[in-house]
Write a protein that binds this ligand. Structure first.
Ligand code: NAP
Length: 305
């Protein structure tokens, strides 16, 4: 079995930038794309804060361009993901979804994060039947309808804005009375004529699994304790993300929320580096992930040399 000099897990901005730097350093990196090739950026519509794009760029277009740039210098991308790993030896061993066993001398973990769910009754049964965590992917199914978005961060505001262009009405349900989102997004969403915020409110159940579609939400006022029903056709959950690190449990030190622990991009295991949302509970920005990807590749190069 061949031993790769460097394997990179994940193909979002962190993985693609690591691949670009590593390829240019002659390390011929193998990139395992992961279950969502291109990562979370592929689920964003316009990216307005990635430097170099004064008129915004589509999230999907941006990450495709990053990948092409890395491939131009010899990075190889494969449609696969790691399910288990042994990082204890000098040679790291990875077991993949397709049943392959890979060996590498250095590893960059850039597996990103996945959407969190509310965990209320009806939510799981109706996922893909009116409950979604991706407005860009699923918004078009709700053209002309009334939908709700849950959350108060940047993603909830972006989702509400995306949906406001398609839907008759968007109710933005937030558990507090002020948005966490950046001011530019918060101002935009609150100015949208068909977005109605519902403050200090939580969703307690999604109705109606028996009908196989979303018909209403059971709500509870956080301050008043009052129960209410909101008839809606769809629910978009935008309450943050959890790092994709299940396959690393026991192999790398993780914090209680599952983020990879380390000193910047260096983990506790020599030769294993981490970049992007998988190690960043704080900033979670494409440009920050790209920067960490570059640092991880430079560290991997130094380690291998
Ligand atoms: P986030 O900033 O962590 O916001 C999550 C939101 O969900 C918060 O408002 C939180 O409420 C709420 N929430 C969390 N758990 C909840 C629960 N169980 N029930 C109800 N509400 C709940 O996450 P995000 O919006 O996914 O953004 C992730 C990161 O990506 C952020 O750093 C964000 O700045 C970044 N991002 C940036 C851009 C941009 O700059 N254009 C675009 C997208 C994302 P509380 O406010 O009460 O905590």
């Amino acid at each position: 079995m061949d031993t790769h000099p460097l394997v990179i897990l994940g193909s979002g901005p962190a993985g693609c930038t690591a691949a670009l730097y590593a390829a240019r350093a002659g390390l011929a990196p193998l990139v395992l794309e992961g279950p969502l090739p291109g990562g979370q950026l592929t689920q964003t519509s316009d990216v307005e804060n990635f430097p170099g794009f004064p008129r915004a760029v589509g999230g999907y277009d941006l990450v495709v361009a990053m990948r092409e740039q890395a491939e131009r210098f010899g990075a190889r991308f494969e449609a696969d993901a790691v399910t288990a790993c042994d990082l204890s030896g000098e040679t790291k061993t990875l077991t993949t979804l397709t049943g392959e066993t890979l060996r590498c001398r250095a590893l960059i973990v850039a597996t990103g994060a996945s959407a969190r769910w509310l965990g209320v009754p009806g939510e799981e049964a109706l996922r893909g039947r009116g409950v979604s965590a991706c407005a860009t992917c699923d918004g078009a199914f709700f053209r002309g309808r009334h939908v709700a978005v849950v959350g108060g961060g940047d993603v909830a505001c972006e989702d509400a804005l995306t949906l406001s262009k398609l839907c008759a009405k968007v109710t933005l349900i937030h558990r507090r009375d002020s948005l966490r989102a950046s001011k530019v997004l918060a101002d935009r969403v609150l100015a949208a004529p068909n977005v109605e915020p519902l403050w200090d409110t939580v969703v307690e159940a999604v109705r109606d699994p028996a009908q196989g579609r979303v018909t209403a939400l059971a709500l509870r006022g956080v301050k008043t304790g009052a129960a209410a029903e909101l008839p809606v056709d769809g629910l978009f959950v935008a309450i943050g993300h959890a790092p994709n690190t299940d396959f690393l449990r026991g192999a790398l030190p993780l914090d209680p929320a599952g983020y990879v622990l380390g000193e910047d991009v260096r983990t506790a295991v020599p030769g294993v580096f981490a970049a992007g949302d998988v190690m960043d509970p704080r900033y979670k920005q494409a440009v920050v992930a790209a920067s960490a990807g570059a640092r991880a590749a430079l560290e991997a190069e130094r380690f291998l040399r």
